[in-house]
Design a protein around this ligand. Structure first.
Ligand code: NAI
Length: 595
């Protein structure tokens, strides 16, 4: 079957609603792969469709099909590449080896980032192969922490647009702007307005590095085809005076639009997305400031397929760590008391998902389950006497208790078994606080989630030494293993990258039309199940990231199963073996052979 007839057959099957990838297929497929490219088995030849195949020069400049020195002799003949390449032939493996050597030779992480971005624009498959095969080493380069620095300097390193910029200037024309993007079959959009980039604050239009990085992970870790990913930055101005004064700033030079003007633009954007890409495109909100993040999620979660990684992705990854740690702590979640330091997007999002899990498992109302969870914010313990002055997302946590102003007082009064830091303020789990946790619990669970490393509430070393090696510790930023009294402890990293690629892929392969909280629980459960005894023995409550593709496949399958169960899946019939089906749909970056 040639590519075109495959394409037509695929469309026809999709139209008839019975599109299915052959479960025996061993190669990365890709859902609704309109080119038929990824659904062909690895041994089939395909035509490298580009704008024009008349000149090999175009092919070399098309990152989707370029293979550099790995073009074979017959391919060099049939695609007019003779003379455009030096005579040597290479393999993808050898190219990968050379690139890794180059990247390792850079000492400055930002230089490694630029090299990776250049590779992505030159040779997409090689970029993803390198990233997948070296995920632990390269994740901190293409994503946090290096991506943060890249965003700060985006104006200087900006070369070619890697996504769509939608600013106030495009008001009334957003649908037309979406049509300017060259790809038609979009499955995942990551969008930011740049107001709260990681822990770095308002970076305006330069926040684009975040959607670009997140989507690279959607492909590398989750298996979504690169052509189905669309990074978007909404530019409504910035309140960052340094950027406004910077001659190289790439965004609108004005203070942020707020209120009606802001929400009208977002409304137009969401409608245009649905109109252009349909009901099943996933929109992931990323790094919005918390006053808009909660509002946008509330506005759109019942009308669109939306997901907020800062709120829901963080919640799912932390819940997975908590569920996994029950093997070490004993009891069920309902037997524990949770104390949060920091009550923003991350803190309240995690708290709500824990309450939902307790409620689901014990059949008690979620309002009742919330009573096991206490939060402290910058004004002290959140209690009912503060209710009138609290932001709406904090109100469900205002339980009956006398006001307490310090974290130490709260630990002593609430006697939590789990202490979670989501305040963004470093070194706030002081020796007194950690020792108080150790006095109450045989194995205190301490999660210092604030990023970057300097903002962590305490370090791994502090947690282990102040509890005499009894703490189960996990953090937002990575910490090296620590040896205490001759025993090596491996801190877990509650990295959102465990969850969102698999969750998103599960939504895509099932054709889900809404994100339901139970899908987040399903994602957490699948992640927790990947922790083995070998990991527990080292004190780990998350599996190593090296296995992330396998982990993502299990998460995606569990999420898809939940979508089918809830009647929210539209890709019918339901594949019998969802893990196998998921794996068959995952994009793989090996070079293809061109006819
Ligand atoms: P946010 O701004 O929405 O919330 C911060 C909260 O901390 C607010 O409730 C604020 O009142 C409270 N706070 C600030 N200063 C405080 C102080 N001195 N004492 C007590 N409370 C204080 O921010 P968001 O999005 O919730 O992020 C918080 C932190 O969590 C950040 O450092 C972020 O990097 C980290 N995070 C970690 C993740 C992970 O590990 N996977 C994922 C998402 C966020």
């Amino acid at each position: 079957m040639n590519c075109c007839s495959f394409f037509l057959d695929t469309l026809l099957e999709m139209k008839n609603g019975n599109f299915m990838v052959d479960p025996s297929s061993t190669v990365g497929g890709g859902v609704v792969d309109v080119y038929g490219e990824d659904c062909a088995t690895q041994h089939q030849f395909l035509t490298p469709w580009t704008v024009s195949v008349a000149s090999g020069y175009t092919l070399l400049r098309d990152p989707r099909h370029n293979k550099g020195l790995a073009f074979t002799e017959p391919e060099r003949d049939s695609h007019y590449l003779r003379g455009l390449l030096p005579p040597a032939l290479s393999t993808q493996g050898l190219q990968e080896k050379k690139l890794l050597q180059n990247i390792r030779s850079y000492e400055v992480p930002l230089h490694k980032y630029v090299a990776m971005m250049e590779l992505q624009e030159r040779n997409e498959r090689l970029f993803y192969k390198l990233l997948i095969d070296n995920v632990e080493e390269l994740l901190p380069i293409v994503y946090t922490p290096t991506v943060g620095e890249a965003c700060q300097k985006y104006g200087c390193i900006f070369k070619r647009p890697q996504g769509l910029y939608i600013s106030l200037k495009e008001k009334g024309k957003i649908l037309e702007v979406l049509k300017n993007w060259p790809e038609r079959s979009i499955q995942v959009i990551v969008v930011t307005d740049g107001e709260r980039i990681l822990g770095l604050g308002d970076l305006g239009c330069q926040g684009m590095g975040i959607p670009v990085g997140k989507l690279a992970l959607y492909t590398a870790l989750g298996g979504v085809r690169p052509s189905a990913c669309l990074p978007i930055t909404i530019d409504v101005g910035t309140n960052n005076q340094k950027l406004l004064d910077d001659e190289f700033y790439i965004g609108l030079r004005q203070k942020r639009a707020t209120g009606k003007e802001y929400y009208d633009l977002l409304e137009e954007f969401m409608s245009a997305v649905k109109q252009n890409y349909g009901e099943k495109v996933l929109v992931q909100f990323e790094d919005f400031a918390n006053h808009n993040a909660f509002e946008l999620l509330a506005r759109y979660k019942t009308r669109h397929l939306v997901f907020n990684d800062d709120i829901q992705g963080t919640a799912a990854v932390v819940l997975a760590g908590l569920v996994a740690s029950l093997k070490l702590l004993g009891g069920s979640l309902a037997d524990h008391t949770f104390l949060f330091f920091g009550a923003g997007e991350a803190g309240t999002g995690i708290a709500e998902l824990i309450a939902l899990e307790i409620s689901t498992k014990t059949n008690i109302p979620v309002e009742e389950a919330r009573k096991k969870i206490w939060l402290v914010d910058s004004k002290g313990l959140i209690v009912s006497s503060r209710k009138d002055s609290l932001q709406h997302f904090k109100k469900p946590w205002a339980h009956e208790h006398e006001p307490l102003s310090t974290l130490l007082d709260a630990v002593r009064a609430m006697k939590p078994s789990v202490l979670i830091g989501t305040s963004g303020v470093g070194q706030t789990f002081t020796k007194d606080v950690v020792e108080a946790m150790a006095a109450i619990n045989h194995r205190p669970l301490i999660m210092a989630l604030s990023n970057p490393t300097a903002q962590a509430e305490c370090t791994a070393e502090q947690a282990y030494t102040w509890t005499e090696g009894r703490a189960i510790f996990s953090s937002g930023s990575p910490f090296d293993p620590y040896e205490y009294n001759g025993k090596s402890f491996v801190p877990g990293q509650a990295n959102n990258a465990y969850i969102f690629p698999g969750l998103g892929f599960g939504l895509v392969i099932s054709g889900a039309i809404r994100v339901h909280d139970e899908m987040l629980l399903a994602a957490s459960e699948a992640l927790a199940n990947q922790v083995t005894q070998e990991h527990y023995d080292k004190g780990m409550i998350y599996p190593p990231l090296t296995n992330i593709r396998k982990i993502s496949a299990h998460i995606a399958a569990n999420v898809a199963a939940k979508a089918y169960e809830l009647g929210l899946a539209t890709r019918l019939p339901r594949p019998a073996n969802l893990v196998q089906y998921t794996e068959s749909c995952m994009y793989t970056p090996n070079y293809r052979s061109y006819r």
